[in-house]
Design a protein around this ligand. Structure first.
Ligand SMILES: Cc1ncc(C[n+]2csc(CCOP(=O)(O)OP(=O)(O)O)c2C)c(N)n1
Ligand code: SF4
Length: 344
């Protein structure tokens, strides 16, 4: 598999990424699936385990590094993206992955997240979105729907939620995708594509918390309902959905609309065709917003993937250019240059 990190052709299997730790998630938690699909995907990177690092903040999902047989760091709440940035810049050879929750990444960690995206730090960020704080026992989160009744919002939350996909698009992330814990094949596909991407790859994963927000994504995940509620985005393909492939998406001005393909008014040729590589963010943003409104299917897949230079590449070029001009740096000399004074 193509990767932006040199491969040494090491052939590992999913089992090589399993650790000896007891997995302490509740039985039935969606995190198990994310772990399993990731362990199945990582061998495709062709990297030795010591070239991979998983960094997390705090939350149920943030226990991920314990269960992944690579380097890992379970850090502090909200700071995974910042610490992962440091790891990548200190050692650009590493494939750096972030496992995080909707509280961890979007409440306390919101600032680190948007700045990571805009700087195009070469990280893979997996957001386990269960729309609740799991570890602290069920408070509403920045992705909980307005009116959510929880222990911290007994009369219903008043906040409008973040849409993680449009937030990442607005912050200029160069790869933005969505998948589901209950669609293992799709999740593996999206994870592979994220791994191949050079720059910030953001993947929102709808993850079921069986204890505090069970069924939050049933409409999109259940066999009986998912065909009518999910739009699978495929590059170059018209946007068709529905059990009988009888509905599609058009754009009227700047407004997306669901149309029937059976009433004689529209055919497949009228539908929006997905272009993952569109330089303009406009259509990806429109698609992202569809999940805010019940009349639309929820798009899953890759919303947008664009090429731009990564922070560590630009940083290394800059260091080389300055060295060529000024020679090797001398930290000691720098510290004692200019205005220095002694505190007595
Ligand atoms: C500085 C700080 N503030 C608050 C907490 C409490 N805390 C721990 S995890 C968490 C939120 C967890 O929710 P989420 O990130 O959605 O992860 P989940 O447990 O649902 O996977 C909070 C508020 C903390 N550990 N540290
Ligand atoms: S509380 Fe929810 S998110 Fe946390 S382990 Fe249990 S089911 Fe999973």
């Amino acid at each position: 598999m193509a990767n932006n990190i040199d491969s040494n052709e090491t052939k590992l299997t999913a089992k090589d990424f399993v650790t000896d730790q007891d997995v302490r998630w509740c039985p039935g938690c969606g995190d198990y699936s994310v772990l399993a699909q990731t362990q199945r995907t990582l061998p495709d990177l062709g990297l030795p385990k010591e070239k991979i690092v998983w960094i997390s903040g705090i939350g149920c999902s943030s226990r991920f590094p314990y269960y992944m047989n690579t380097y890992g760091f379970h850090t502090i709440h909200g700071r995974a993206a910042a610490i992962a940035t440091g790891a990548k810049l200190a050692n650009p050879e590493l494939s750096v992955w972030v496992a995080t929750g909707d509280g961890d990444l979007l409440s306390i960690g919101g600032n680190h997240f948007i700045h990571t995206c805009r700087k195009n730090i070469d990280l893979k960020i997996l957001l386990f979105n269960n729309r609740i704080y799991g570890l602290t026992k069920g408070q509403y989160s920045p992705t909980s729907e307005k009116g959510k009744v929880t222990k911290s919002s007994p009369y219903g939350s008043l906040d409008f939620p973040f849409n993680p996909v449009t937030l990442a698009l607005g912050a200029e992330a160069s790869f933005v995708a969505r998948s589901l814990d209950r669609d293992p094949k799709h999740l593996q596909y999206v994870l592979k594509r994220a791994a191949e991407h050079k720059g910030t790859a953001f993947v929102e994963i709808y993850q079921n918390c069986v204890i505090f927000n069970d069924g939050a994504f049933d409409a999109q995940a259940n066999k009986e309902t998912k065909d009518d509620n999910v739009l699978f985005l495929e590059h170059g393909k018209p946007m068709v959905f529905g059990k009988n492939k009888d509905k599609g998406i058009i754009v009227d001005g700047t407004t997306p609309k669901v149309v029937s393909l059976t009433d004689g008014k529209y055919s497949v040729n009228d539908l929006l065709v997905h272009n993952e590589f569109d330089q303009s963010v406009v259509l990806a943003y429109l698609l992202g917003q569809m999940s805010n409104h019940a009349e639309f299917p929820t798009p899953v897949g890759i919303f947008r993937q664009i090429k731009k230079s990564t922070y560590h590449e630009d940083m290394m070029k800059q260091i080389d250019a300055v060295k060529a001009k000024k020679g090797e740096g001398d930290l000691e000399k720098l510290l004692f240059s200019g205005n220095t004074w002694e505190v007595k």
